[in-house]
Design a protein around this ligand. Sequence first.
Ligand SMILES: NC(=O)c1ccc[n+]([C@@H]2O[C@H](COP(=O)([O-])OP(=O)(O)OC[C@H]3O[C@@H](n4cnc5c(N)ncnc54)[C@H](OP(=O)(O)O)[C@@H]3O)[C@@H](O)[C@H]2O)c1
Length: 269
Amino acid sequence: MPDLPAAFRLDGRTALVTGVGAGIGLATARLLAEAGARLVLCARQAERVHAWARELSADGAEVVAAPGDVGRAEDLRSVLATAEAAFGQVDIVYNNAHANPAWSGQQALAHGHARTELPDKGPLDYSAEDWQAAFDVNVLAPYRLAQALVPHMKQRGRGVIITALSGAAFRPTLPVVPYGTTKAALHMLTRYLAKACAPEVRVNAVCPASISPDGTPWEAHRAHLPAIPLGRLGRPDEVAAAVLYLASDASSYSSGEVLFVDGGRVSTA
Ligand SMILES: NC(=O)c1ccc[n+]([C@@H]2O[C@H](COP(=O)([O-])OP(=O)(O)OC[C@H]3O[C@@H](n4cnc5c(N)ncnc54)[C@H](OP(=O)(O)O)[C@@H]3O)[C@@H](O)[C@H]2O)c1
C-alpha cells in the first residue's frame, strides 16, 4: 500500500492477530500486512492458519503461523514463543478471537460470528462452563497477552494493544448473556490497561457490530436494519481500517478509547 500516509504505516513492527481464521481477523491481518507489518497469525484450526500464512506470504508479507486456542494458557505461551523465534518481539496485539457460548460446537465452527440462525439457548440457560469459556477467551486471554508483552513493550518504549468489543457490551442483547457480559468486562480491562501501561503502551478498543462477511444482511438480522442509521450491515474491511488506525501512529494521542464501527447503532440507540 504505497500511498498510505506515513503515520498509518507499520513497517518494522510485528502484529499478533488472534482469531484470524475468518471475517474481521483475516481482513485485519491482510490490511496490517499491506501497511508493512510483520504478522503472527493465531486461530485454533491449524491447517487454516497455515493456509492464510502461505497466502499472505505469497503476497509479500513476512508472516508466521502460530495456531492455538487463546483460552488456554499453554497455547498462548506457544504462540508467543513462535512469535519470538520468528521476529524477536511483538509490537501490536489485536485481540480479535472471541467465544460466544450461545452457539457451540459444530454450529460455531460452521457459521463463525455471522450466523444464519438464532442461538438455541435461552438467557438463563448458561452453565458455569459456558461462563468460564467466555471469560477465558474474551477477558483472560487479552489479560495474559498484556501481562506477557507489556513489560517488553515498555522497555522498548512503544507498544499497542487493541481489543474487540461488541454492541452487546453496551446494551443487553438477549440471549448472548455471557458473551455480552464478558465483552463489557473487556471494555473495563481495556481502560485499566490504558491507565496502567501508559505512556509507552496505548490500549484501545474497536467495537464492531452488525458486520457480515460481505456486507449483505443474513436472514436473522434483517430485522435489525432499521436500528442502524447507516441502513446496512458493515464489512470486515471497514473494521480492519479502524484497527489499522488504532495500531498506527495516526492514533498516537488516543488511549482507553472505543472506536465504534457499527453504522451508528450503539451511539444512537
Ligand atoms: N461480526 C460482527 O458483527 C461482530 C459484532 C460484534 C463484535 N464482533 C467482534 O469482532 C471480532 C471478530 O468477529 P468475527 O465476526 O469476524 O468472528 P468470527 O467470524 O467468528 O471469526 C473469529 C475467528 O476466531 C477464531 N477463534 C475462535 N475462538 C478462538 C480461540 N479460542 N482461540 C483462537 N482463535 C479463536 C476462529 O477460528 P478457529 O475456529 O480456527 O479458532 C474464527 O475464525 C470478535 O471479537 C467479535 O466478538 C463482531
